[in-house]
Structures are given as structure tokens and as C-alpha cells.
Ligand binder design. Structure first.
Ligand code: AMP
Length: 403
């Protein structure tokens, strides 16, 4: 089944056309700077890359993407009818959705409720859905929630220790994110471990620009590091991760910042970027650290330490762990980071095979633990778009059966 996956942001719209059966990516790209000056659309297919003039709004962006995909010279589709379904990434399903859903008028009404939870992402995600339904009214569309996989967390893990009445009334709680990635890795890890999904216990470290670790018991998320928003947890590219909330008050007083300014600072100017002063990109921070930049070295050490600490805490949560899995841009590509995170964990039963870790070839599933390691260590490339396509296909197949 050919499925179009859409990830709409406020001024961008990423698209990927996949064949859910063969897992092949047929074409992909990004509509950038939507509504801004010099918007453009990138388009990759068959190893080629092209750029086209962009769009003034999301509806036009989708129209243009569909025109590109069906163009008779460079397109990959004969007709739009070949697209059997569209899957949309939705940042949050809030307290309501614990699985992917068919997009209906009623669902869109419900999603509006989440603007407060994710003011930057939710309105943009919904905009993409509305625009796509307008342009492709007869194609079934599915919302895939970043938070859905974590809705199995027990109340003690997702509740913040504030006045219970407030958490109930305003839905203030840990939701968790990167759900499609953590779910995909859970399914893949079960395969390589030769176990049923319901029997796998994992610690999944998704380390990229945004990073989160999830504790999986019996194939289900029982805790994760991101919280009400993706700001909580690990040290990330530009996000601070866990801090004492009093830092907010301190910054407001010292730097005469508003709450919004402080939140922008913690989300966009902190993490690797804030500590190193070099970059939010881990490769650049690693390179600067190698050249002797002390702040870059500290930033890298802090990232590894925050991951290490959470692996330790999830070992305590789960007790019995089949595997620690690394994924995401940093987790899949940086052998040095994996080694720093995992060294001296022998007493927890986690022992890295340093050679295997170093010699590992990118883009494949690899066991990198020592033979004597009680807990296996894997690198498994994530594929969030494929997970979204698989979900979309399942829902659309059910829909077709029910007709
Ligand atoms: P993602 O958000 O999953 O695309 O991951 C992006 C992050 O992965 C960036 O910080 C990159 O610098 C980092 N990354 C990608 N390749 C490497 C590499 N070979 N070594 C270190 N970090 C890498």
C-alpha cells in the first residue's frame, strides 16, 4: 500500500511516500519556509534531489507536493489514486488518545483541546490535517500520536507531585514523546531477541536532537524521560532537560525575562548549545571537545551522564532487562558516546564489546554487548515514518473491511 506520511510544523511540512509492504521510501522531502520569504520544496527520489518554489500556506504546500509526485517527467506516481492513505504525525493525543485514529471532523474538534498542551506543534499539525483533507477529500487520513505509546505508564510514573486537584483539572502530567520511535524499536527488538513483544523488557535510548529514554516492560512503556512537553529529561541539542523549576524564577529576576522568554531560552538556547556555546549539533560539539574546547567537553559529558543516570534508574524500575537499545542520530552513529555512556556498568550486568561498538556499520541492527553481558546492548536504526505507515495501513484496512 502506498502511503503518504506528513509531519506539519508551523512553517514546514515534511513528507514521505512509502510502500508499507516493501518498506521502500519512494520519495521524500520538505516544504520549507511556508508563508515566509523564499519558500522552497525539496524532493528526493531514486537517488536524485531537486528543489522547487515553495508555498504560501499549508494547503498550497500539499497541492504542490502532490503535483510534484505526479509530474509526468520527474514524478513517482501515475495518478493520485495510487496514494491509498495519508498518515499525519500529531504531537500529542493528550489524556484522550492511546492509539492512532482515523481523522474525522469529530477528532479534529477534540485535537483543538490540545493547543494549550503543545502551543507550537499542535495547531500546525492540525493545519496539515485540515489542508490535506481539503486537497484529498476521498483519501482516508490517520493521526498518529507521539504520546500514544506511553499511555500505558502507571499513574505513579506519570503524575507530578503537585496538588492532585490541579493535575486532574488541567491535565498536568507526564505524557512522553517519540512514541512512534520507541514503539518501532520495541517491535524490532522483540524480533532480534526472538521473543514475543509482550515478553520484552527494554531500556530504549533515542538520542538525537531531541532525546528520550523509555523503560519498556512486557512490550509496553512504563516510564519515559520526557514529560508534559519534550523539554523534560535528558540534556538535548537546545533543550535543558531536567532542572529545578526555581531556575525559571531566578532567570526572570536576574535577566528581567518574561516567562515566555525563559521558556524560549530553556527550549531553544540551552542543552548542548547553551553549555558548549558552539552548536546544538552533537558532531560539532564532539569535534570542538576533541580540539580542547572545555565547554564543549563539559556539554558532551553532561549529555552522556544524563543518559547513564536514566539507564541506571530504569534498571531499578524494571529489574529484569533483556536489552539496552541505542537509536536516533547520536545513538546510531556515535560509537564514542555509546562507550562513554556504558563504561563501568559491569555491576549492573551491562558490558559493552568495545571492538564491536567501534566497528559497527551504520544503518543496520547490531549486537554490541560483550558475551558475558547479562543485559544485551543493541544499536537499532529507528524508522518513525515506517511505524506511522504501518499504523495507517492497519486502520485503513479495518475501515475497508467494515464497509
Ligand atoms: P536526529 O535528531 O535523530 O536526526 O539526530 C541528530 C543528531 O545526531 C545531531 O546532533 C547530529 O550531530 C547527531 N549525529 C549524527 N551523526 C553523528 C555522528 N556520526 N557522530 C555524532 N553525532 C552524530
Amino acid at each position: 500500500m502506498k502511503i503518504l506520511i506528513i509531519n506539519a510544523g508551523s512553517s514546514s511540512l515534511k513528507y514521505q511516500l512509502l510502500n508499507s509492504k516493501t518498506k521502500e521510501v519512494i520519495a521524500k522531502g520538505n516544504c520549507e519556509k511556508i508563508g515566509l520569504s523564499k519558500p522552497f520544496i525539496s524532493y528526493k527520489h531514486n537517488g536524485q534531489e531537486q528543489t522547487f518554489p515553495g508555498a504560501k500556506n499549508h494547503e498550497e504546500a500539499i497541492e504542490k507536493v502532490l503535483q510534484i509526485l505526479t509530474n509526468k517527467d520527474y514524478g513517482v506516481l501515475k495518478s493520485l489514486d495510487e496514494i491509498e492513505a495519508v498518515g499525519h504525525r500529531e504531537i500529542t493525543g493528550g489524556w484522550i488518545y492511546n492509539k492512532s485514529e482515523l481523522i474525522t471532523d469529530e477528532l479534529l474538534k477534540q485535537l483543538k483541546k490540545f493547543d494549550e498542551l503543545a502551543p507550537l506543534h499542535n495547531p500546525a499539525n492540525v493545519l496539515g490535517m485540515v489542508a490535506c483533507r481539503k486537497v484529498m477529500p476521498n483519501t482516508p487520513q490517520v493521526a498518529i500520536f507521539d504520546t500514544a505509546f506511553h499511555q500505558t505508564m502507571p499513574e505513579k510514573a506519570y503524575t507530578y507531585a503537585i496538588d492532585y486537584k490541579d493535575s486532574q483539572k488541567y491535565h498536568i502530567r507526564k505524557y512522553g514523546f517519540h512514541g512512534s520511535s520507541h514503539r518501532f524499536i520495541t517491535l524490532e527488538a522483540a524480533k532480534v531477541l526472538g521473543k514475543k513483544v509482550k515478553d520484552v523488557n527494554l531500556i530504549i535510548a533515542h538520542l538525537g536532537n531531541g532525546s528520550s529514554i523509555t523503560a519498556v516492560r512486557g512490550g509496553q512503556s512504563v516510564d519515559t524521560t520526557m514529560g508534559l512537553t519534550p523539554l523534560q529529561g535528558l540534556v538535548m541539542g537546545t533543550r535543558c532537560g531536567d532542572i529545578d523549576p526555581t531556575v525559571v524564577q531566578f532567570l526572570m529576576n536576574k535577566k528581567k525575562m518574561t516567562v515566555d522568554e525563559v521558556m524560549n531560552y530553556l527550549n531553544k538556547k540551552s542543552g548542548l548549545l547553551g553549555v558548549s556555546g558552539v552548536s546544538s549539533d552533537h558532531r560539532e560539539v564532539e569535534a570542538a571537545a576533541k580540539e580542547g574546547n572545555k565547554r564543549a567537553e563539559l556539554a558532551d559529558e553532561m549529555l552522556c551522564y544524563s543518559v547513564r543516570k536514566h539507564i541506571g534508574s530504569y534498571m531499578a524500575v524494571l529489574n529484569d532487562v533483556d536489552a539496552v537499545v541505542f537509536t536516533g542520530g547520536i545513538g546510531e552513529n556515535s560509537a564514542a558516546t555509546r562507550e562513554k555512556i556504558i563504561s563501568n556498568m559491569e555491576n549492573l550486568g551491562i558490558v559493552l564489546d568495545k571492538k564491536k561498538n567501534k566497528n559497527f556499520k551504520r544503518g543496520q541492527v547490531e549486537l554490541i554487548s560483550d558475551a558475558k553481558s547479562k543485559v544485551k546492548i543493541y544499536v537499532i536504526p529507528t524508522n518513525e515514518e515506517l511505524m506511522m505507515a504501518m499504523d495507517t495501513e492497519e486502520i485503513v484496512k479495518k475501515l475497508k473491511k467494515s464497509k
